[in-house]
Design a protein. Structure first.
Length: 149
């Protein structure tokens, strides 16, 4: 199964967010990804998906495609594709507002910052009419066959 990609299509709206995250988690468990890595990838995917759902037009007709792959037993990849307007989230300037008191910070704007901190590699490309965001976690060691969650 290593190197095989499992893909799923979802409606691009907030009602399917839970199903999308469950799909990522289920594939990660199937691929024997360590629990801490699963949590990191889930959170990164949630941030990316919420941005796609929140800012794409029109969300009710959009589809989101998610691919999950483990390559060489050391790299867990999740690729998120959507047909929304061209948008590279990795080019957004980030201000984590570290020097401002929590109650004075503006709301929002940390999703891309979190994604960059959670995954080892994030790559955006525009393929035809699709945004393609690839998120990769490098795993410490090859996974054992007796893993359970």
């Amino acid at each position: 199964m290593h190197g095989n990609t499992i893909s799923m299509e979802f409606a691009g709206n907030i009602d399917t967010l839970s199903a999308m995250l469950t799909f990522v988690r289920d594939q990660a468990v199937r691929l024997k990804i360590p629990p801490k890595a699963i949590l990191r990838m889930e959170l990164a995917c949630e941030e990316a998906l919420v941005n796609i759902i929140s800012y794409s037009n029109p969300p009710d007709s959009e589809k989101i495609f998610i691919d999950c792959t483990l390559t060489e037993e050391t790299h867990f990849h999740v690729v998120i594709k959507d047909s929304g307007p061209a948008f590279n989230p990795l080019e957004v300037s980030i201000d984590p507002q570290k020097n401002i008191a929590v109650h004075e910070r503006r709301i929002g704007g940390l999703g891309i910052y979190l994604i960059r901190k959670l995954v080892d590699e994030a790559i955006y490309v525009r393929e035809g009419a699709c945004n393609v965001l690839s998120l990769t976690l490098r795993l410490e060691v090859p996974q054992e066959d007796n893993y359970t969650i």
